[in-house]
Design a protein around this ligand. Structure first.
Ligand code: HEC
Ligand code: HEC
Length: 259
């Protein structure tokens, strides 16, 4: 990933002076989630806040099919709020995004607003999937281990902060699954950590390949050629969504502040 444009943006916004000092703090995170869920979302402000996120997650919220940046479009607001709170309390390590999530860059109201704003984004119809070579094993593992908490189609459970997995990029899923299994994602569900301890590398790739192919319902997917109308002048490199995927994030440095 090219760091310089992001660093440039961080510098321009004065974010680098505010690097985290707080330690891993799940209690602070839980308190923020509770408070943010009681705020009344302002979608207009959510759109303004999202400008910051669009640099990495892309204006459509689809992230990148190579999994560097996850798709956040369509994710439950409850899940996004929890992940944001966990990241800023360093209950989930995300050094790339941390400066953009800190308390002095975003208020709790901003977090609530942006989370509800992206919840209704249409989702990427062409998310990154795996090689497709071990899907029978993937399906069996999914049905035996994941359905109770993530639903039979990876549709998640918003009240339990169980994320929407359907339509997520394969490589991002694999990376998170490994972090969770190895106890490196502090905010992980403890039951899930226990349940997946015996998963081999083959199992992980198989189950995540299967999961990445669980499509959201058609009405949640974007139509061909869709771009986020709130970001009409965002510079979208032609190759970023073309056949030569894996081009990287296609940094949106041609972005313009929405009116
Ligand atoms: C500098 C790049 C960058 C910016 C800016 C950024 N993110 Fe992220 N974000 C990431 C990366 C990288 C990850 C995945 C980290 C990992 O692999 O654990 C991520 C992960 C997330 C996740 C977790 C997704 C999941 O499925 O658990 C959420 C939610 C999220 N970002 C929301 C936001 C929002 C909202 C904003 C704007 C306020 C934002 N991000 C700004 C880079 C960024
Ligand atoms: C006991 C319930 C439970 C079980 C069983 C479970 N999960 Fe999870 N999983 C969760 C919860 C809750 C989260 C969100 C944790 C958090 O807040 O970060 C999660 C997070 C994840 C994530 C990270 C998603 C993201 O957007 O970052 C992946 C990937 C995942 N689970 C895959 C699986 C798969 C595949 C299985 C079966 C092999 C499974 N889980 C079994 C409850 C469970």
């Amino acid at each position: 990933m090219k760091a310089s444009p992001i660093l440039g943006l961080a510098l321009a916004l004065g974010l680098t002076t505010s690097l985290p000092l707080r330690a891993d703090d799940p209690v602070a995170a839980a308190r923020e989630v509770e408070q943010a869920l009681h705020l009344k979302p302002n979608l207009e402000n959510g759109r303004k806040v999202y400008l910051l996120c669009s640099v990495c997650h892309q204006p459509e919220g689809w992230g990148t099919p190579d999994g560097t940046y996850p798709q956040i479009a369509g994710q439950f607001a409850t899940v996004t709020i929890k992940q944001m709170a966990d990241i800023r309390a360093r209950n989930r390590d995300n050094p790339i995004m941390l400066p953009f999530a800190m308390t002095n860059s975003l208020t709790l109201q901003d977090i609530a607003d942006v989370s509800y704003y992206i919840e209704h984004f249409p989702m990427d119809p062409n998310n990154g999937v795996g090689p497709g070579t071990d899907l029978a094993l993937g399906q069996r593992l999914y049905e035996e281990n994941c359905v109770d908490c993530h639903g039979d189609r990876g549709q998640g459970v918003p009240e339990k902060y169980s994320p929407l997995l359907q339509g997520q990029h394969y490589r991002y899923l694999v990376r998170q699954f490994e972090l969770i299994r190895d106890g490196k994602r502090h905010n992980a569900d403890k039951e899930m950590v226990k349940q997946i301890q015996t998963f081999s590398d083959r199992d992980i790739h198989a189950v995540m390949d299967y999961t990445s192919r669980l499509k959201p319902p058609t009405e949640m997917l974007a139509l061909p050629g869709y771009t986020n109308p709130d970001f009409p002048r965002f510079w979208r490199p032609i190759t970023a969504r073309g056949p030569e995927l894996g081009m990287g994030p296609g940094m949106g440095m041609g972005m313009s502040i929405p009116d």
